[in-house]
Design a protein around this ligand. Structure first.
Ligand code: FES
Length: 103
């Protein structure tokens, strides 16, 4: 497991997704109140960036066809997507946001 710094807390607007392009994967970072989530920034339905969509509670909606995903689990909550999107554990230290990536 590797901790990778993705952004600072100051770069985030609560309730909006921030796209971060890493060498390994593109992720959408979302702050909801005092919780932070990281989800791969690719819809499982048709490879569309989830960060373009809206955040509502602990979910993010794909802007292309409207599937909504649970930010905690990555599971789709409605069609047309049926497959989950990978999520990543988030740690916040000294104002910086880190995610855990598999080695
Ligand atoms: S590309 Fe996301 S729901 Fe179709």
């Amino acid at each position: 497991m590797t901790l990778v710094k993705v952004c600072s807390v100051d770069e985030l607007t609560p309730g909006e997704a921030l796209r971060v392009e890493l060498a390994e994967v593109d992720v959408a970072i979302v702050q909801v109140a005092d919780e932070f989530f990281a989800i791969e920034d690719v819809c499982s339905h048709a490879d569309f960036p989830l960060s373009d969509g809206g955040v509502k509670g602990c979910t993010i909606e794909c802007d292309l066809h409207g599937s909504r995903f649970d930010l905690r689990s990555g599971k789709p909550l409605g069609p047309p997507a049926t497959a989950p999107v990978p999520t990543y554990a988030v740690t916040v230290t000294d104002g910086h946001v880190y995610i855990e990536l598999e080695n």
